[in-house]
Design a protein around this ligand. Sequence first.
Ligand code: FES
Length: 261
Amino acid sequence: MAEQAAKDPFAPPPKTGIDRRTFVRRTVGSAAVGAVGAGAFSLGVPLSTTLGLKIKRFPYLGAARIKGPAPKGIPMIPIQVDEDGFLNGKTSVEGIGNILEWYGYCSHDAAPGLKESFTQDNKLYYFQNPEKIHHAEDAGIKIWYKDLLDKPLHIDHFTEPGMGAPFKWRSHGQLDNNIITGIAIRVNPSEVKGKTSLLDEFVDRDIIAFCSFCSHFCCVPGFKETKQAIVENVNEMIFCTCHGSVYDPKLIQEYQFPPNG
Ligand code: FES
């Protein structure tokens, strides 16, 4: 395997044009966009219209964006609790398609785990940036899964609604952008609102999960892990500190991805 730079996979991208350019390149193809300057688009602008290109789009279910600059919701990952109680991600859902395709954006398109053949292990493993844990604890926030890092998520760990944790999935031995990540949350099903018959395919034993790439500039949002979320009264939400986008994990909507078609 080629040597990979040891950098923090959770680090937010620069807030200048490079990551937007990267996202755009992944979305419509590098040749077509080579001459397009950074900052030329908002991700909410129809690129296919602007460039006269036909881009591939696919449906997804997502937590609704309720605040901030993100153009669309953050995608759900379908969950299945196995017979031993471990939380697994499902790689496909009838009526939706290949879930792994959602991860082919935000510069993660080369992650080996996106290939079905990479692994049969679809368990989710606790995964968090130590610096984020440090900041959370400094702010008086208890990170309940701190001693479980790198262990598989188990249904018995989520003892009550409102508990959530970040995870990695299909990423054994991977670094940086080859790691695919998400957030799992136990919910009270009666509180989940969503106009979709597909929701049952995504929820198991009251656990729901989301991809953790912000639909704005691909930063990694969190759940109940920052003082800022408490101060802004969005601690029950998925919150991206980069530019303040807020997603409601209990308000599910159907979208098309990429958001710029
Ligand atoms: S990357 Fe800008 S709000 Fe998330």
